[in-house]
Design a protein. Structure first.
Length: 108
């Protein structure tokens, strides 16, 4: 089964709902506007690294899971490098899916 990569906004929204927080709650805690939270959750604004650090702590989402979709891993020149890159992509994708499933209470 192939992983479906979740966007930064999707992960933040899942994490926020899992913590039973409103957009207003998150905005207040992180000193941003509700509109900013909405734009990020709807993938209309790329969040700053400071915002990602704050949301990571607030929602208990590892930063690596938030930024994974934006990472540009080297493709690798040798078969060994390509294999490592592929394994890393799979591991991070699996971790992202596991977080989302747990946050949403989905049993696998």
């Amino acid at each position: 089964m192939k992983n479906i990569m979740l966007s930064i906004g999707q992960l933040i929204k899942i994490g926020r709902i899992n913590k039973d927080l409103s957009q207003e709650d998150v905005a207040s805690e992180l000193k941003v506007t509700k509109n900013y939270i909405s734009l990020v959750e709807n993938n209309k604004k790329d969040p700053s690294i400071n915002f990602l650090r704050g949301v990571s702590k607030l929602l208990d989402i590892p930063v690596i899971l938030l930024i994974w979709e934006k990472m540009d891993l080297p493709k690798g020149k040798t078969d060994s490098e390509k294999k490592i890159t592929s394994q890393l992509e799979k591991m991070l994708g699996d971790a992202q899916q596991l977080f989302a499933q747990r946050a949403l209470g989905v049993k696998k």
